[in-house]
Ligand binder design. Structure first.
Ligand SMILES: N=c1c2ncn([C@@H]3O[C@H](COP(=O)(O)OP(=O)(O)OP(=O)(O)O)[C@@H](O)[C@H]3O)c2ncn1[C@@H]1O[C@H](COP(=O)(O)O)[C@@H](O)[C@H]1O
Length: 116
């Protein structure tokens, strides 16, 4: 799959990335990093998401905005692999984000069951 069209260089790039990631299921691990991650399994994929999240934190606290950009891209890519591996369609995440519009985070927190 080729790069997205220039007019899609906004959040739609995530949909393009997710399709590329899905297309790597069953691909040759010698020619695809994504296929290699799928072959290593859920523990490795989850570990990579944790590592990349930590790298975003380090970038934000000590390395500056350019590094935040590149580490965020690494995190979103690995999250895309995790969604594909767990059978989550990106549209489910988009729908959940959309559902939350109009509800303040403070309001949502106040409505949680005790201890949740
Ligand atoms: N966006 C990405 C992307 N971001 C980061 N990475 C890879 O993620 C890895 C992260 O680097 P690390 O140093 O943390 O990982 P590592 O030490 O090599 O890995 P481990 O030893 O921890 O497994 C690097 O190999 C990066 O190249 C990505 N690999 C692929 N993509 C996208 O996925 C597409 C398909 O890639 P392939 O599956 O490799 O064809 C690419 O065209 C890109 O669009």
């Amino acid at each position: 799959m080729t790069a997205p069209e220039p007019e899609a260089l906004d959040a739609r790039v995530l949909d393009h990335l997710n399709r590329v990631v899905e297309s790597r299921k069953g691909a040759d691990p010698d020619t695809s990093y994504t296929a290699k991650l799928f072959a290593k399994g859920p523990n490795k994929i989850a570990q990579k998401v944790g590592e990349e999240a930590t790298e975003v934190i380090i970038a934000a606290l000590a390395e500056g905005p350019d590094k935040v950009v590149s580490e965020s891209a690494d995190l979103l890519y690995h999250l895309s692999v995790l969604w594909a591996q767990t059978g989550v369609a990106p549209e489910q995440v988009w729908a959940e984000l959309a559902r939350r519009f109009g509800t303040s985070g403070l309001e949502e927190k106040a409505g949680r069951a005790p201890g949740a």
